[in-house]
Design a protein around this ligand. Structure first.
Ligand code: AMP
Length: 188
């Protein structure tokens, strides 16, 4: 379970639907709603991830708005640890810390609550710097997730690894990270 076989990877790949030209011409959108609706594939993915991260001594899983919430929150529950949402700007009600990242044209911003991983990033449970796993469905250019990883470190916690269900390898997004990057499925 720690390393998926080709057959297991194929179960996951076949459960993800490709939508050409969404949301704009030239983009092949990887639709994970079909994976979420497939109990065999979804359980296989979560069994794999929970097995991989069991020994990482994590304090929190942070999931990126919005599909990272689904995978991240399910994984956090499996690991018996807390979940923190990394949100698009303007959605969180308490004091936030923000990080900008570049889009094709212009900028976007992600935010987290300043005390999301405990005061100054110190876990209220272990009394030490919180160890955080960042989760999203897909890494393309890596802009969104590397901004989220910076945010985690900015509030005093440690982003131990960034984890994605899919990686668009040709975009080389993992090069934007100082932390470890793991992807379940690599798409050429
Ligand atoms: P990026 O910041 O370029 O790595 O983009 C990653 C974010 O955009 C993730 O939250 C993905 O859900 C979404 N995304 C980018 N490209 C695709 C794609 N081809 N199919 C599905 N989602 C995508």
């Amino acid at each position: 379970m720690h390393i998926l076989t080709i057959e297991q990877k194929n179960i996951l790949l076949q459960a993800i639907r490709d939508i050409p030209n969404f949301p704009k011409p030239g983009i092949l959108f990887k639709d994970i709603t079909t994976l979420l609706g497939n109990p065999k594939a979804y359980k296989l993915l979560l069994d794999h991830l929970s097995h991989r991260y069991l020994d990482y001594e994590l304090d929190y899983v942070a999931g990126i708005d919005a599909r990272g919430f689904i995978f991240g929150a399910t994984l956090a529950d499996r690991l018996g640890i807390g979940f923190v949402p990394v949100r698009k700007k303007g959605k969180l009600p308490y004091t936030t810390v923000a990080e900008k990242y570049s889009l094709e044209y212009g900028f976007d911003e992600v935010e987290i609550h300043i005390d999301a991983f405990g005061e100054n990033g110190i876990s209220p449970y272990s009394g030490e710097k919180s160890r955080v796993l960042l989760v999203d469905d897909l890494i393309a250019t890596g802009g969104t997730a590397s901004a989220a990883a910076s945010l985690i470190n900015k509030v005093g916690a440690e982003c131990v690894e960034a984890c994605f269900v899919m990686e668009l390898v040709f975009l080389q997004g993992r090069q934007k990270f100082e932390t470890e990057v793991y992807s379940v499925l690599q798409i050429d």
